[in-house]
Design a protein around this ligand. Structure first.
Ligand code: SAM
Ligand code: SF4
Length: 476
């Protein structure tokens, strides 16, 4: 199913290329970021309207420190007012690092002979999932290199194994995928295995740069990758994640590329991508890239805030590639999901010894936030974020949940926040040490205290009691 780009049928408008570098650069070059215009644009976003490309271009061109601060504050207000304080937690699980591509930035590139090539056996996969469940994880993203071995059937089989594993009260309730592009038949097979989101990052939306960093293998085909999530839609996967690898090309261009890609989905499928990821290049075994576009921490913060304002109802994912201090800082500007307790060493979760040390020859790139899931839970709770393992929308068939959170009055109050509190209570009962448990229940009480006294609150209080009595997987 995998390596047949020649089979890509450009059947209709849907498959037409939609990315035009010149158009994106012309938006950037023509942008005039006056104070009045930047403030108007921030106000538009706070009024729950998504931004046009030309408006996003004005924000990326606004370099005046005062305006940068206003953009960040706008993103913060949007996040607090519209989404509340929930942060969804997940963990990545690497299934196999064999790869036929030669991506200059990645430790798994086919030419890297220093790396040990591993594909988890069924037993090893089960051991990994058990270790993740024992830490309290409920949502995983499975990650694969691009290799004939990792075809659609193989991916679907691994998804089935992950869903079937039980360790004590633990279970994985949502499996997302980050793997190579498929053809439509391949995506159909994967859809049937009941995945959550299928994530594919374009890496760079700039075609020339794309050609420079993808030196060999199927991934050299820019268009096959750019149209991959259209094929996923064609196969019925309407829950997709896009992303750009920041540091390959000008960050302002990539922000507009992500917004353009989002526009394309909205125009053609009437639903935007579920999530946007914005990994920054990290050290990797045999990293071989031009460093002129490396993104500073200040630029990174800006770009996250701009994305929040530009696509207010799309989930934003910030991973443990970033150090804890950067993550803590950027969280407030609109991030909705983070990974916690991350270990990307092949087979790493089930290893007891040397849990702290990273072996870069077993990994795709360097991870810079090595906190355990419980440490992250504690820190989120201390800052009054509500850690959430909620999978309710996905399991109730409420797709496009970020859009609903954003646009359906009372949706967060009736669904997201109560479900976050219920999954937090489960975690506190089953996995948290005493100190975390006390902090967590204090937060739950505080949030209950802020709710109106009505039947709905009563229902939630009863469900929380049931969790304490041992009932699991309760949600609205
Ligand atoms: N092999 C599949 C693919 O290329 O789409 C799966 C994805 S790869 C295992 C996950 C993502 O990690 C890539 O899409 C890329 O954006 C990111 N990545 C690769 N090398 C990286 C590095 N050195 N630093 C940060 N992120 C990196
Ligand atoms: Fe392979 Fe993906 Fe790494 Fe490229 S980014 S070398 S395709 S694992």
């Amino acid at each position: 199913m995998l390596f047949k780009p020649e089979k890509l049928k450009i059947k209709d408008q849907r498959m037409k290329p939609f990315m035009d570098s010149e158009e994106i650069w012309s938006f950037i070059h023509n942008a005039r970021p006056t104070k009045e215009r930047v403030r108007e644009i921030i106000a538009k976003s706070l009024d729950k309207q998504r931004l046009k490309l030309e408006e996003t271009a004005i924000l990326v061109q606004a370099d005046d420190p005062e305006l940068v601060e206003e953009i960040k504050q706008g993103a913060k207000i949007l996040k607090e007012k519209v989404y509340g304080q929930r942060i969804v937690l997940f963990a990545p699980l690497y299934i196999g690092n064999m790869c036929i591509n030669t991506c200059a930035y990645c430790g798994f590139k086919s030419t890297n002979k220093a790396i040990s090539r591993i594909t988890l056996s069924k037993e090893e996969l089960v051991a990994q999932v058990k270790a993740l469940e024992d830490a309290g994880q409920k949502r995983l993203i499975l990650v694969y290199g691009e290799h004939p071995k990792y075809n659609a059937e193989f991916i679907a089989e691994t998804v089935g194994i992950v869903y079937s594993v039980r360790s004590g009260p633990g279970e994985i309730r949502r499996v997302n995928i980050n793997a190579a592009p498929m053809d439509i038949d391949g995506f159909r097979i994967i859809k049937d295995s009941k995945i959550g989101t299928y994530q594919i990052f374009q890496e760079t939306y700039h075609e020339e740069t794309y050609a420079k960093v993808h030196l060999g293998g199927i991934k050299r085909n820019f268009e096959w990758r750019l149209t991959s999530l259209d094929r996923a839609q064609e196969a019925g996967i309407d829950d997709v994640g896009i992303g750009a690898l920041f540091g390959l090309y000008d960050w302002r261009f990539e922000v507009l590329g992500l917004v353009r890609h989002t526009n394309h989905f909205e125009a053609v499928y009437n639903v935007g991508p579920h999530t946007i990821s914005f990994p920054r290049i990290q050290y990797a075994s045999q990293l071989n890239i031009d460093k002129s576009h490396i993104v500073s921490d200040a630029e990174f913060t800006r770009l996250v805030a701009i994305l929040r304002l530009a696509v207010p109802y799309t989930g934003l994912i910030l991973t443990a590639r970033e150090p804890s201090a950067v993550r803590d800082e950027i969280l407030q500007f609109g991030v909705s999901q983070i990974d916690g307790g991350t270990n990307i060493e092949m087979g790493g979760y089930a290893k007891k010894e040397n849990a702290e040390a990273q072996n870069i020859d077993l990994e795709q790139f360097q991870i810079n936030d090595n906190r355990s899931l419980n440490q992250i839970m504690e820190e989120l709770i201390q800052h009054e974020y509500i850690p959430s393992f909620c999978t309710s929308c996905y399991r109730r068939g409420r797709t496009g949940e970020h859009f609903m959170e954003f646009s359906v009055p009372g949706f967060i109050k009736r669904f997201c926040q109560p479900n976050a509190l219920l999954t937090l209570a489960e975690y506190l009962e089953d996995y948290a040490p005493e100190g975390t448990r006390e902090m967590g229940y204090r937060l739950i009480e505080k949030k209950l205290g802020e709710m109106d006294q009505d039947d709905f609150k009563q229902n939630l209080v009863e469900k929380l009691e049931q969790v304490k009595e041992g009932k699991r997987d309760l949600y609205f």
